[in-house]
Design a protein around this ligand. Structure first.
Ligand code: PGA
Length: 244
């Protein structure tokens, strides 16, 4: 399976900016072997989907509600994302877990809603700096996988150590290799043979300068890219560093 290079645009850009970025990514995507995904805000999904239409670039949301519909002011359902042109959705990102109090059980419910709506979920897990300092990183990530992923799980896992996100300090290749091997073991333990096929992305300060080293590691199935995905050239350079 090709590696997946996904851009998480977070809360950046107005309509014209995001459409221009999407067009630049689409224009540069020909000849890139990796699967490409961009995740704008829900507000910009339809415009971005139109901008990349006909290219190899897929579009995803950054969150969805766990219910199909209902009295949830300000929320957006998985079906609405799909209707606006999304094929994917990021769930359980640490910024959602921290800023919106999302716990594993809720992430699991959202993941089920996404699957039911025909979206491919990218479920994020990762430890904080304090948890790593106290040697709990594998325990925490094991719990997050057990609590956040429904069975079966037709999706993607993103390992994003919280201390590496937006800091410019990515995890070292050694840390990434160790955690991705651990996550693979956990997936196989929890999902049996299906666990071998689940792509595991690394996220946290991925740049064009470190992408080749990280993407070459065993059990790294791609990257979830924040800051560096806001520049088309850098995002495409990361995608070109993906292994076939
Ligand atoms: P970053 O963000 O690449 O800016 O560290 C990654 C993410 O939050 O998905």
């Amino acid at each position: 399976m090709p590696q997946l290079i996904a851009g998480n645009w977070k809360m950046h850009g107005l309509t014209a900016d995001t459409v221009a970025l999407a067009k630049a990514v689409a224009a540069g995507s020909a000849g890139i072997a990796a699967d490409l995904l961009v995740c704008p805000t829900a507000l910009h999904l339809a415009a971005v989907a139109a901008a990349v239409s006909g290219s190899r670039v897929a579009v995803g949301g950054q969150d969805c509600h766990q219910d199909k519909q209902g009295p949830h002011t300000g929320d957006i359902s998985a079906e609405m994302l799909r209707d606006a042109g999304a094929g994917w959705v990021i769930l359980g990102h640490s910024e959602r877990r921290q800023n919106h109090g999302e716990i594993d059980e809720l992430v699991r419910e959202k993941t089920l809603a996404a699957i039911a709506a025909g979206l491919t979920p990218i479920v994020c897990v990762g430890e904080t700096a304090d948890q790593r300092a106290s040697g709990q990183e594998t325990e925490i990530v094991g719990w997050q996988i057990a609590g956040s992923l429904p069975k079966p799980f037709p999706g993607v896992v993103a390992y994003e150590p919280v201390w590496a996100i937006g800091t410019g300090n990515s995890a070292t290749a050694e840390d990434v290799a160790m955690m991705h091997d651990f996550i693979r073991e956990e997936l196989v333990r929890q999902f049996g043979a299906d666990g071998h096929a689940i792509r595991i992305l690394y996220g946290g300060s991925v740049r064009a300068s470190n992408a080749a080293e990280l993407l070459a590691l065993a059990n790294v199935g791609g990257a979830l890219v924040g800051g560096a995905s806001l520049k088309a050239d850098e995002f495409l350079a990361i995608a070109r560093a993906a292994t076939p």
